[in-house]
Every structure is written in C-alpha cells, then in structure tokens.
Design a protein around this ligand. Sequence first.
Ligand code: UDX
Length: 415
Amino acid sequence: MRISVVGAGYVGLVTGACLAKLGNEVTLIDIDEKRVEEVNNKISPICEEGLGELLNSAHIEASSNFQKITDSEVIFICVGTPCADGEFILLEQVEKASKEVGQVLRAKRGYCVVCVKSTVVPGATEEIIIPALEESGRKAGKDFGICMSPEFLREGRAVYDFMNPARIIVGEYDGRSGSILLKLYRSFNAPILRTNLKTAEMIKLASNTFLAAKISLINEIGNICKHLGIDVYEVAEGMGLDERIGSKFLNAGVGFGGSCLPKDLMMLIGSAKKVGYAPQILEQVLNLNEAQALRLVELLRKNLPLKGAAIGVLGLAFKPGTDDIRESRAIKIVEALLQEGAAVKAYDPIAVENFKKLFPQIEYGTKEEVLNSDAVLIITEWDEFNELNYKGKIVIDGRRIPRAREARIYEGICW
Ligand code: UDX
C-alpha cells in the first residue's frame, strides 16, 4: 500500500520504517529539514536498535513537502504531544498537522484513511483532529476515513515491538476506515480489538497508567520492606508467580521516567479533572514517583553531609539502552544535589550529550572517575555498572546492581 507518516520522531520513524519493511511504499513527512536529509541519506536520527538497518534496506523516502503524499492510501499522524510546565498537554502540533493533511485531502481524488498514532487525550480525535481535517471542506466518513491506533512501543525495543505486537487496537470512525487500516496489519499474529475512537485513546493512557501504578506500588512496598528488613525483590518474585499479577514491572527502584509513562499519567489526570472527577490513585502514583527520586538523595544525606561533597552519578538515561533523558530520575536528583551545594560528576555510556544540554555546569567523567567521588548514586541499570569495582566506596543504589553491594557502605533505595 502507499503509506505516509507525518512526524518523523520515535513513533513515526519506527512506524514508517517497519511498514516499509513489510513491503509498503512509505513517505515520511517532517518539518525538520535536517531530519529529512538524514532519513534520505539512510542515517537514523535516533538511537533505536535495528532502525538504521531498516532505513537502509526498506523503500522509504522523507520530505518536508505535504504535496508528496497526495496519492497515499493511509496517512499516519505521529507528531509529538509535548507537555508544558509538566501540566498541560499541547495538542497544537497534532492540530497543525491535521490541517496540513486536510489540504492534502482536498487535493486528493480517491478515498484514504487518516490514522492518529500520536498519544492524545480521550476525545481529541473527534473534537480536535476531525474538525481540523474537515476545514478542508472534506467530510469524515464520506470523503475520508479516520482511525486512532495507539502505539505501545518501548524505547530501545521499538522495532521489535512494532513487528511483534502483543495486541493491535483499532479505534475506528466507521467499519470502512478500520477495515482499510487492518489490511496493513494482516501479517501480524496478534489479537485485534476494534473499538470507537475515544476508547482506543483511553486504552493507550490506561495501559501506561497501569504500568506506572505497578511501579509506584512495588516501590511503596519496597520502601516498607526496607524498614521491616524484608527483601522486596523476593517479595516481588513471590507476587509475580500469581498470573493475575505477573512478574514484569515489579522491579522496585528509583522510579519511572521516559517520554510516555509520566506524560500519559498526566494526560489522564488532566482529562479526569476536566470532567470534574478528582483522580486519587493517579495523583498518588505520580507523587510517589517524584518522592522516590528524592528518597535516594535523603538516603545519601544520612551517610554524609552534602554541602561541598563530591557526588558521583552513574546513569543519566531514563532507562538502559537509550540516550533519552526525558523525565529521567537523574534530572530531579542532580537538581536536588546542586541545591544542597554538592559538586556533581556524572557518567552515562550514551546519554551525556543530552544531559549536558540541561546541566552544562556539572562535571562529566569516565565511570572510574565518577566512582572516585565521596559517594556514588546509581540511577540507571546499565549492565556495565555491574562490572565496576565498588570496594571501599559509599554507594546508594537506586537500581539494584548486584556488584555494588561490595561497597564499603552500601544502601539500596528500597532494600
Ligand atoms: C513505555 C511503555 O512500556 C510502552 O508500552 C509505551 O508505549 C511507551 O512507554 P518506555 O517509555 O520505552 O515504554 O519505557 P519502559 O520500558 O516502559 O520503562 C519506563 C520506566 O519505568 C523506566 O524509567 C524504567 O526504568 C522504569 N521501570 C520499569 C521501573 O522502574 N521498574 C520496572 O519494573 C519497570
């Protein structure tokens, strides 16, 4: 099929590259000329396993010109939905992209389906995206189809996740729209759920909120276990044997970050408040996550005075396998350390350049140099941190790195 993808970020690049690999003709549209050039030169603009090879092998073209996509059968909207001041979710990019796509629809003769993949608040496709598309004079359901099919891609595993989905959710304006989209997914062996547009939007937010809640819950249990002298990892193992609970996402630690979990949680909280419902669990999931980061600093403070101390930080990415620092716990922790008057030296295998943009004032060094600080905090569970020699050091561990226990003074965040 002829496919186009508007927005060449994480979701758009992976969606486009994977659909091209599956034999479709794909055009990526992005306003960032540098990104367009990189894709056309077969260079992956993001660090994502397998994406570089896909861009090299598959039929995919990038452009900043919407006129290039007038013959598309399916147009995906994958632009960002950034968060302002950690509170409001901005749907401006989605609205703008929808208006541009509307102009494409105006110039088009045949029927095509517009599929929203950007994560949006429930109701946004109906209330914002369809009206923006219809500004062109074309009518949803008559002149074009609409679907909302959320992505569930983990960073670092996004290509794998796209090719091996656990489920496919197709929110459809009408049956015709959904049936066309499903033609694209026919090679996948995954359960498919067809719903209305709003439900699909909610499934995405509810899924990530559930994962976030699972992490905050095990972190809270871990905090209690630490006081009681119980190993929360053993507790989690026992809990996970119940298949209703499951063993995944029960790693207690310094909390969750990334571009999705915190933001999706905030989106759902915002949506609830907008309809006059005050969410209780959701607010606490977020509060606990914020407090968990500061807990690491508190434990450190118990072991040495922070003013004037040289503190090493191991791990800046929000999780291993990525250079992404969005909502990384390291940001909050480094901010707190600086506020307390500590001198920070940090190391991460690939996220230093991104972190430097936020914190140009701190020092960066090799992991051995960072280990030579007065005390060390472990914030990301990179495998290589398990190969360091921690003997003689003071270590406060937020991610349960086994070898770190050899430190002279060792304390785990919830163990
Ligand atoms: C997440 C979802 O998993 C994915 O389905 C979605 O569509 C996008 O958001 P991602 O942001 O890549 O993916 O990260 P994920 O692997 O889910 O981890 C999120 C955060 O939770 C990380 O900071 C990680 O360190 C933390 N985490 C995860 C824990 O603290 N404990 C756990 O047990 C699992």
